[in-house]
Design a protein around this ligand. Sequence first.
Ligand code: NG1
Ligand code: ZN
Length: 530
Amino acid sequence: VHAIRTLSDQHPKPSHIHFQYGTAGFRTKGDTLDSVMFRVGILAGLRSKKWDGKTIGVMVTASHNPEPDNGVKLVDPRGEMLETSWEAHATALANAQSTDEFIAALDTFTTTMKIDLSKPAKVVYARDTRPSGPALVAALEDGIKAIGAEERDAGVTTTPVLHYLVRAINTKGTKEEYGDDSEEGYLRKLSTAFNKLVAGKPSIPPLVVDCANGVGAKLAKELAEYLGDTLQLIPVNTSTTTPGALNNACGADFVKTQQTLPPSLTSVLKPGQRACSLDGDADRLMYYYLDDRGQFHMLDGDKIAALSAAFIGELTKSAGLDSQIKVGIVQTAYANGGSTKYLSERLPVKCVPTGVKHLHHAAEKFDVGVYFEANGHGTVIFSPQSLEIISAYQPSTPAQSTALNHLINLTEVINQTVGDALSDMLMVEAVLAHKSYSGEEWDSLYVDLPNRLVKVVVADRNIFKTEDAERRLVSPPGIQAKIDELVRRYEGGRAFVRPSGTEDVVRVYAEATVRTQADELAYRVAGLVY
Ligand code: NG1
Ligand code: ZN
């Protein structure tokens, strides 16, 4: 307690701020997060003790948000996001005003959670390229020290690498070993599986990778070396030290929200060529291509889900495993109506509230769960049973054997802990190579409905309450009826309103058969909540 007290005094909580552990952990202006980092260090240590000394991960990033923002999130022992019930504890600890209050809150917490403080604790942490990162990591380290946990600094790396590391460390030497617990181990695992997947396929055209001027640039360059000639990566927007460059007019979020090519790519991308954009911590991926006339076409998370789910379904069938391994899809309300229609005609589709944890948990209910947010954040997870079935399976024909091997390599190329832009990119490229699809052919799986997403700044977003996986507003009363009334007037109309979990705004989404109508619907619904 003495160490905690002394160090806590060095990391005072700013008096005017209320912190909240939301869908993306704590996230706000980087220069306000010092006390939060210190306390998260302690919390991570306690979480590790609760898990009998298993390694807990801490990622310092604000992902696709502007460069001055920063944030922090915890990673559980299997490389997954922090268990939901601890989010409220994290929030409570972050908001204790004084050192005395903080220590009292810690005391209550460890007692009620029955945390044995004599247990060992291990924490591995990493940060993205944000300028506020080093100071925040120093505060985090003070917290880890204060609770007496063993620390491992994974340096500057992507969110998905940190998730990978946590799983790799905790499974080391077990029969569930996930890979070597290093960045090299990660790169080797992904590239080896990818190279096997595309062996013998026609050569893949070089791929432009927009790295959002973030940490993905470092990993993309390293990955390029591992891939060699199999897939030539052309990383662009790799200026990780240029002030203000991060996520600025580039990256996955820019592409998704602006529905346009990053200006920096206009001179790079040729008609007919495809490219992809990562976000600031490389866990989101957006694809796009220019058609022969140079027209931009976006291939978002929904298109990635459709492409990969179909391919996995075909492989299980060719392997003779389709009766034992069923593929399912998880989406949110932001999934394009075109994708939902296309997918639900073929596979079970579940809609859940926004936030990857919801998607991940729903995906765990399928043998193979394909989950993607429309913004490009997602992955594919294979249940432990289906992995066992796959590894024990004896194919009876050469064709079955080939399909089985592809399936096994897919499970290796996919980072199953969390959405991972580079891993998803390799999965997409492997599927495209197998199907001999161009961007255009992939795009033509189904037609996206024109849509518009707008933000509305309101006095208090907490009065907005939703139901039915956020597709309907229950509060403030009366608004949903007005939305329904508006939606009825638009052909193919759909619209919903929900409070953001990461920004102090309310989001309005609308789609309709015609572009101008989607825009109009969005602005008229926004008018209802403003
Ligand atoms: P909020 O701010 O709750 O809409 C955004 C994204 C989510 C998710 C989180 C976490 C949209 C519409 N929302 O959440 O999908 O990625 O950030 O980063 O893209
Ligand atoms: Zn991200």
